[in-house]
Design a protein around this ligand. Structure first.
Ligand code: DAK
Length: 260
């Protein structure tokens, strides 16, 4: 697929993806959402030696300022419900991607942009980043999982407040609430995200995929995540990487993981 609204660079096992609609503050229009879907379903999934994916926004002002408001005008109830469900499915692809996905939040992360960041496994914010779910200002609610993931990350009280007031918060408050993992000087978001993925990339890839699966299982309705955990623990015991990791510890050397 030729991307219209994404820029990608693959370097040293890391796929850096830039949402590239700077004039619209990188708002997620339909085309961009289709491209994100393709990226996780096919492009990144097929890359040899992939350690992880970084998502960021073009320019210095915004990560993503939301879903593209200008596309909302033509929707009816049926198409809006389908639109929301399709978006949720794309964000599930990110959340369940078996390699770490890190959001490098370089500016506004509002509405669908905050939801996109929250679908990633880890968030690094520049000190000028601003987060919020301002859909109520438009007579809407978050449609890409914002009521759920914000609650998972910051708890019910703050999620209620942020979703109902539409207030924006800064990077330091987002850190204090647990919405982001790290705050870094502006412009250093991608460098910090790279450092995190390189660190994870030195671990056993199958184990990392199972961590993602088991942590996510905690939040899936009807799932007993403890069952997921003991099953996936058992599934790792016969892997070469487990044998290598244990042998390396005993032999006092660095493990050489192969993902098998
Ligand atoms: N969509 C489209 N264009 C946007 C945009 C957006 N979300 N945000 C900004 N832009 C465009 C502006 O229209 C402007 O374009 P021109 O007028 O120059 O053509 C350009 O980006 C620069 O924006 P501003 O001139 O407004 O820049 P400022 O520095 O003055 O303000 C701002 C920055 C981020 C505070 C402001 O742009 C702003 O408030 N933007 C909107 C933020 C927002 O409300 N985002 C949440 C969108 S709602 C659903 C599915 C999904 C969702 C909901 C329902 N269903 C299926 C129903 C999710 C909804 C959202 O994400």
């Amino acid at each position: 697929m030729d991307y219209e609204n994404l820029k990608t660079r693959y370097d040293d096992g890391i796929l850096l993806v830039t949402i590239n609609r700077e004039k619209a503050l990188n708002a997620l229009n339909r085309q961009t959402m289709l491209e994100i879907r393709y990226l996780f379903e096919a492009h990144a999934a097929d890359l040899q030696g992939l350690k992880g994916v970084i998502l960021t926004g073009a320019g210095t002002k915004a990560f993503v300022a939301g879903a593209d408001i200008k596309e909302f005008t033509s929707m009816n109830q049926e198409s809006a419900t389908a639109f929301s469900k399709a978006g949720q499915d794309i964000f599930f692809l990110i959340e369940n991607f078996p390699k770490p996905v890190v959001a490098a939040v370089n500016g506004f992360a509002l509405g669908g942009g905050c939801e996109l960041a929250m679908a990633c496994h880890i968030r690094v914010a520049g000190e000028k980043a601003r987060f919020g779910q301002p859909e109520v200002n438009l007579g809407l609610i978050p449609g890409y999982g914002g009521t759920q993931r914000l609650t998972q990350l910051v708890g019910k009280a703050k999620s209620m407040e942020l979703n109902m007031t539409g207030d924006m918060i800064g990077a330091e408050e987002a850190l204090r609430l647990g919405l982001v993992n790290h705050v870094v000087p502006q412009g250093e978001e991608v460098a910090k995200a790279t450092e995190i993925i390189q660190k994870i990339g030195a671990k056993a890839p199958l184990a990392i995929a199972k961590v993602i699966q088991c942590v996510n299982a905690h939040f899936r309705e009807g799932k007993d995540a403890y069952v997921t955990e003991h099953q996936e623990f058992g599934a790792l015991i016969d892997t070469q990487d487990m044998k290598e990791g244990v042998a390396a510890f005993i032999e006092k050397r660095k493990a050489n993981f192969t993902g098998s």
